[in-house]
Ligand binder design. Structure first.
Ligand code: GDP
Ligand code: MG
Length: 444
């Protein structure tokens, strides 16, 4: 998975503090593959990667994240943005009835969606009316009636037995009917074809003109993959739409169609359907879809936690302490703080590359397991403030006292003190190397 591949990339990028062109390229390559695997259309992938690279180049170097993570964060933000930013809500008309028209290919899930929307609207205290403006297939009206019954809402349909009705007239009449019977939302189901064709598009446009929808929703099957762009463009040109509904997300499609359609049309995805039941329906959550497309759920959580746990000012302070006077200003209290920051983020072993400014610190910490860390903490707590400030004074009798106070062995205390000095030397050398080039800093 992308997650595995990126973890491998993170290992090589670990400890670096700057976004180089090579870092950006390496990460962008992985993202590109992931998007293609998620069935995002190629032109959309290309444009997207270019935009991400552009932003990554201009980005300020993050203190909290390593370069790969920083690129991922940008990728995720861009994805969410394209998918519609915040969840976009239905705009209801000031004067009821509000009209919602559904358009899309046959089999996209329009009729099913009509029922889902109706139930959802009813739960919000609305009085919806479903309109059967698909008179193309013999069974279409009946299918909507079944769905309406299940949702507990009324269905407006042509009188049976009158031959092939006129869907545009039915649609137009339904609005008068809704007005006189005080329905406040009208959901117009329309016909689709298996492929885009001019006649179907004209009919949909005529229905649109007859009902003047407040929202036209383009319904698209998430499994359609690469074809999504062509279909969406045809509907945008032929009928126009305000929002997108993605259906069949219960399948194994990663949802690249969402990105393709939203990116090419500039229209937000508003609802998501994930099953045949009327309740398998929700407003669309751009962040959830972004992490589904990238298949990076855990990684994104990790990035979020790292940013929370990592305090840039604190890091700056530590770096200064380490680069001055051979790192003598770095105390057991600082050590404890760092350790707790890392612990806060969860298991150490899974946190590769989390605190780029303190790579050596992490290496030192990596040599402890989580249970040991609790003991380390206990030992440090048993030191006096003076001992923590100036660990050099921790002699044999002090070690014995600390061991007793923390319920550990003297040898463990000794080991910790020695490891502390080793880690401090290592970190101090690294910090001087890093900061030595800056004018006015200790390393000069
Ligand atoms: P329409 O031609 O656009 O009206 O599409 P339909 O509403 O008739 O749906 C076509 C088929 O897809 C039907 O068998 C539906 O049960 C099924 N369907 C619709 N939405 C979903 C969904 O979200 N998940 C799954 N698994 N099936 C769906
Ligand atoms: Mg239908």
């Amino acid at each position: 998975t992308l997650s595995d591949r990126l973890t491998a990339t993170f290992k090589t990028l670990r400890g670096k503090g700057r976004l180089s062109e090579a870092d950006i390229d390496a990460t962008a390559r992985e993202i590109r593959i992931a998007l293609l695997e998620a069935d995002v259309a190629l032109p959309v992938v290309k444009e997207f990667i270019a935009a991400v690279k552009e932003r990554a180049r201009g980005a300020e170097v993050s203190q909290a994240l390593n370069p790969a993570q920083q690129v991922i964060k940008i990728v995720n933000e861009e994805l969410v943005q394209i998918l519609g930013g915040e969840t976009r809500r239905i705009r209801f008309a000031k004067q009821p009835p509000s009209v919602i028209m559904l358009a899309g290919l046959q089999g996209a899930g329009k009729t099913t969606l009509a029922g889902k929307l109706a139930l959802w609207l009813r739960e919000q205290g609305k009085q919806p009316l479903l309109v059967a403006a698909d008179l193309q297939r013999p069974n279409a009206v009946n299918q909507l009636q079944v769905v309406g019954e299940r949702a507990g809402v009324a269905v407006f349909a042509p009188e049976p037995g009158n031959g092939v009705g006129d869907p545009i007239a039915v649609a137009r009449d339904s609005i008068d009917h809704a007005r006189s019977k005080l329905y406040d939302v009208v959901v117009v189901d329309t016909a689709g074809r298996l492929g885009v064709d001019a006649e179907m598009m004209q009919q949909a446009a005529d229905i649109r003109d007859a009902v003047k929808p407040d929202e036209t929703l383009f319904v698209v099957d998430a499994m359609i993959g690469q074809d999504a762009v062509t279909t969406a463009n045809a509907f945008l040109e032929g009928v126009g739409f305000d929002g997108v509904v993605l259906t069949k997300l219960d399948g194994d499609a990663r949802g690249g169609a969402a990105l393709s359609v939203a990116s090419v049309t500039g229209r937000p995805v508003m609802f998501a359907s994930a099953g045949e039941k009327l309740t398998d329906f929700d407003v669309f959550h751009p962040e959830r879809m972004a992490s589904r497309i990238l298949d990076l759920g855990d990684m994104l959580t990790l990035i979020e936690q790292a940013e929370k746990a990592f305090d840039a000012d604190e890091a700056e302070k530590i770096a200064r302490k380490l680069s001055d006077k051979g790192g003598k200003g770095f105390t057991f209290d600082d050590f404890l703080d760092q350790m707790q920051a890392v612990k806060k983020m969860g298991s150490l072993k899974s946190l590769i590359g989390m605190l780029p400014g303190a790579g050596q610190m992490r290496e030192a910490l990596d040599s402890f397991d989580d249970k040991e860390l609790d003991r380390v903490q206990a030992i440090i707590y048993s030191m006096t403030p003076v001992e923590r400030e100036n660990p050099k004074i921790i002699n044999g009798s002090r070690r014995a006292r600390i061991a007793k106070g923390s319920g550990t062995q003297v040898s463990e205390v000794s080991q910790l003190v020695e490891r502390f000095f080793m880690a401090r030397d290592m970190m101090s050398q690294a910090a001087q190397g890093k900061m030595g080039g800056l004018p006015g800093m200790g390393g000069m």
